[in-house]
Ligand binder design. Structure first.
Ligand SMILES: *Cc1c(COP(=O)(O)O)cnc(C)c1O
Length: 424
């Protein structure tokens, strides 16, 4: 296909895009933003709302706002997240960070599965999850073994390898639903079934799937999950994370952090701990009101757009992107480090090149006359291109590939050194 044909195709797809109007709900600037999988854009409404919360709820109403607005906030936000990930509202707790929620659930599972001592994860999982597991073994579950399944292709681990690792001694299997580098998407239902056969519990990390693909926790028979709200959910930097516990498991699992917000009656100030008996038993301290409240407009936009519609657009966009990459970038020494089969792919695409880091820099800091294009970089040589169907257009994807082609063919990246910035 010629460039003119690709241009025609991008324009046609943008014109017929049912979700096109959502782009205008976000603060936009000139640049092409392909990092919504790391920090989603700012919804205009979040700006308004944050001002109201700070000026009025905090500034004016002060402590009264706890009863007027804030105590109910975690439940209200949790209900919206539940809708997006296909869970019941009474199965989602929102608060703390993904790492802390993962710690709570992993601890609870290992404690509950007392007679089993094997933990399985994979080498493509997000490091924080692996660190938490290493810490639990180092400090508390000293006889447990962590088996990290090594990926052979850097993209995924096969279901057969997971099945072979699961055995009667497996307490916990934990995986990212969509892998942060390759965007490989596990078949959640199938893996839950495999684990169930061995009575292993599964914790899914939804950080790269919540808001980008239908997660359907209930339909897929999921036990447990954690995830963050600042990526595809557009909740803002460091916005609180969430956790999910299947209803039947809630009474069996104990939150290792006994704190006043998980107490059945925090405002009686009793000195004896007595846990709540619903999903709020997984709370710890005071909710982070400002950042929690600011997540709501992003969640509302996703719910309004509909996760199935978003997935449909994300599929069309990532397929279009791959077509372009195959046409323009593979001949320049790039390879695609994401699954080509969209059924096993989330909403970002990783491409690899020996000069990946410097090409990434040249995209972000272009020569004058060009607008900036923002992907991110993950070692050793992945350029991650995140597609957020709420605000990315097909035309942006075309411009990105054409720009990368130019950066490489004209060696524009040679302006940069190889030393890396703190946040890549
Ligand atoms: C982004 C991400 C996290 C982040 O954890 P925090 O504790 O919220 O910083 C965890 N897991 C995965 C898979 C992620 O992609």
């Amino acid at each position: 296909m010629s460039l003119a044909d690709f241009q025609q195709k991008a324009e046609t797809l943008d014109k017929s895009d049912k979700l096109a109007s959502f782009r205008n709900q976000f603060i936009q600037n000139e640049e092409i933003y392909l990092d919504g999988n790391s920090l989603g854009r700012l919804p205009k409404q979040s700006l308004e709302l944050s001002k109201e919360i700070i000026e009025n709820q905090w500034g004016n109403r002060l402590i009264r706002s706890w009863n007027e607005q804030w105590l109910d906030l975690p439940n209200r936000i949790g209900t919206k997240i539940a809708k997006i990930v296909g869970a019941r509202p009474d199965e989602i707790f929102v608060g703390d960070s993904t790492s802390i929620n993962f710690y709570k659930l992993a601890f609870a599972v290992l404690n509950y599965q007392q007679f089993k001592n094997k933990i399985i994860t994979d080498s493509l999982n997000f490091p924080t999850d692996i660190y938490v597991l290493q810490g639990l073994i180092n400090q508390q579950f000293k006889n447990h073994q962590l088996q990290i399944l090594e990926s052979k292709n850097g993209i995924n681990i096969s279901e057969d390898e997971i099945e072979a690792a699961l055995d009667g001694s497996t307490a916990l299997l934990t995986l990212s639903h969509v892998l942060f580098k390759s965007a490989y998407k596990y078949d959640m239902l199938k893996i839950n079934q495999l684990a169930r056969k061995k009575e292993a519990l599964v914790i899914w990390d939804l950080s790269h799937s919540a808001g980008s693909v239908p997660v359907n926790l209930n339909e897929n028979n999921a036990d447990l999950a954690v995830g963050c709200t600042y990526k595809y959910l557009n909740g803002g930097p460091g916005a609180p994370a969430f956790l999910y516990v299947r209803k039947e498991l809630q009474e069996k699992l104990i939150n290792p952090i006994w704190a006043w917000f998980s107490h059945e009656n925090p405002f009686e100030f009793s000195l004896a701990y007595s846990s709540k008996n619903n999903i709020q038993k997984f709370a710890a301290g005071t909710p982070t009101v400002l950042s929690l409240a600011a997540t709501e407009p992003g969640l509302d936009l996703l719910i309004e757009a509909g996760i199935e519609n978003l997935r449909e657009k994300s599929i069309a966009q990532s397929n279009f992107f791959i077509e372009l990459i195959q046409e323009y970038l593979l001949p320049l020494g790039f390879s695609i480090a994401s699954p080509l089969d969209v059924n096993y792919r989330g909403s970002h695409i990783s491409i690899q090149h020996d000069e990946g880091y410097r090409i990434n820099r040249a995209m972000i800091e272009p020569l004058s006359g060009n607008r900036s294009i923002i992907p991110d970089f993950r070692p050793p040589n992945n350029i991650r291109l995140g597609i957020a169907p709420l605000y990315n257009t097909f035309t942006e994807l075309l411009e990105t590939v054409i720009r990368i082609e130019k950066i490489v063919s004209e060696k524009e990246y040679e302006r940069f050194g190889i030393e890396k910035l703190a946040v890549t």
